[in-house]
Design a protein around this ligand. Structure first.
Ligand code: F0G
Length: 459
């Protein structure tokens, strides 16, 4: 383990991508044309892009070299076997089905394991994960601890499962109605909050007692491992790689969006320990993604992923990654800006409820704040509140989540400390004129995952 205490980057820059600067006049015009939805902006109109950490990371020279070694055979590509080895060595899961990205894996596992009327408990919902569970006929149930829904709670493991909630679901519905419990490491919608090893062990014990699987959403597992190492007694001297492995060993299978932790621009997989489930997934993948040795990916994409997985569990890498996010979060805390605390691993989440208390939730405070941030300095963030939560599929009513957030998501290895300062200063400027900001109404609402394409107008 390194003795370095600064989070300074363990890499230097070999190539740069030039950014376009825009004027406030242009930004006002284009955000209006985009229906005040940052997803509908053109990226060339963005200065600092904090929409997501998904597929936006910078690959290493080693990964780029791997891209040149793509074996683009339809079947049995060498890169598939490299990926399989990387997944087995790093995560320990026995069987691998590559998919084009995380939701491809979610689709497969949901279709295979969920029957109509089933209940899928999870430590908070994720948008695509829950939708695939619902499309397969299941119903999601939130079993995360209450602190996770409180932006101000300083609980060090807000991703933890409330075991009493899980137990009561099992008692009420019966284990036969629960095909698996979905456990996310680093809970995205809670603000990038980790689950502790101790809590995961207890979830394992309880589910094993009832013969229920744990399917692990391992999209940001290395970031979760970092928090365990830093915060949980007994882990200070364990490597990130070892902690990651320990987490995976407590679960039965995993869905992965490799576009996050694993440092690639596209790719994902479903990993399993049960042969029968794997056999079905390997068959189903040919219907929706591609042959089971490429799952919708080019050979070169699989090679970059195989390498990125190994880079993702390096101590210096993860220290710098989370350290940069913490730097930004600390600057905002010092300026008195309400954010979700503790600071998460993949981004800083602004608490729109407390920043814009005069805007009721049905006038989309977080959506409004994200649009204002863009207008101020060309910084693109994402709404994670009532728009993202969508409607209840049974009642059709809007779901009003307690957390109404704007996510400043930090891509890995992309921006500098000076960029973090620019972001902090822009948030402060918007914060200082917050009382003048007015809410919005939704004027177009798509059926699925509405936050991607919805349009708004100021009231
Ligand atoms: N699970 C989690 C926790 C995620 O954050 C994501 C994607 C997925 C699953 C789905 O993976 O995008 O590869 O299909 N999150 C992105 C985000 C979109 O911006 O948070 P995917």
């Amino acid at each position: 383990m390194s003795s370095r205490s600064s989070w300074a980057e363990p890499y230097k820059i070999k190539m740069v991508e030039l950014l376009k600067m825009t004027t406030p006049q242009r930004r006002k015009k284009v955000i209006k044309e985009a229906g005040f939805n940052t997803f509908l902006l053109k990226s060339e109109d963005v200065y600092i892009d904090l929409l997501t950490d998904s597929g936006t990371s910078a690959m290493s020279d080693v990964q780029w070299a791997g891209m040149m070694r793509g074996d683009e055979a339809y079947a049995g590509s060498r890169n598939y076997y490299n990926l399989e080895k990387s997944v087995k060595d790093t995560y320990g899961y026995k069987y691998l089905v590559p998919t084009h990205q995380g939701r491809g894996a979610e689709h497969l596992i949901s279709s295979i394991l969920i029957k109509k009327g089933d209940i899928i408990p999870g430590n908070m919902y994720f948008t695509t994960t829950r939708l695939h569970q619902e499309l397969a006929g299941g119903q999601f149930r939130d079993i995360i601890i209450d602190e996770a829904h409180d932006a101000e709670s300083l609980h060090p493991f807000k991703g933890n499962v409330d075991l009493a909630k899980l137990e009561s679901l099992i008692n009420h519905h019966g284990a036969a109605k629960i095909p698996y419990v979905c456990i996310a490491t680093t809970v995205n919608m809670a603000g990038g909050q980790p689950i502790s090893m101790d809590n995961l062990r207890q979830v394992r014990e309880l589910t094993s007692k009832h013969g229920i699987r744990i399917i692990h959403d391992m999209t940001r597992v290395a970031e979760n491992a970092y928090f365990i190492q830093q915060r949980e007694p007994g882990f200070k001297r364990k490597s990130i790689a070892r902690i990651v492995r320990e987490i995976c060993d407590l679960t039965d299978g995993a869905t992965m969006s490799a576009k996050k932790d694993a440092l690639v621009n596209i790719g994902g997989f479903l990993a399993l320990n049960e042969w029968e489930v794997f056999e079905e997934a390997r068959n189903l993948v040919v219907v929706y993604e591609g042959l089971h040795t490429y799952g919708g990916l080019a050979g070169r994409d699989m090679e970059a992923m195989a390498i990125g997985i190994k880079e993702s569990v390096d101590q210096n890498h993860i220290h710098a990654r989370v350290g940069q996010v913490e730097y930004l979060g600390q600057r905002l805390i010092e300026a008195g800006i309400p954010i979700v605390q503790p600071i998460g691993s993949h981004g800083v989440f602004l608490d729109a409820r407390r920043i814009l208390p005069h805007i009721p939730q049905d006038q989309f405070p977080a959506q409004t704040l994200a649009a204002q941030l863009y207008i101020d300095a060309g910084i693109r963030a994402m709404e994670r509140g009532v728009v993202s939560a969508g409607r209840d599929p049974i009642t059709g009513e809007n779901r009003f989540p307690k957390l109404e957030l704007v996510r400043l998501t930090i891509p890995r290895r992309v921006y500098t400390q000076a960029h973090m300062d620019v972001i902090a200063e822009s948030v402060m400027r918007v914060y200082n004129r917050r009382s003048k900001i007015k809410g919005m109404q939704m004027v177009y609402e798509p059926t699925y995952l509405r936050f991607f394409q919805a349009r708004f107008e100021p009231i």
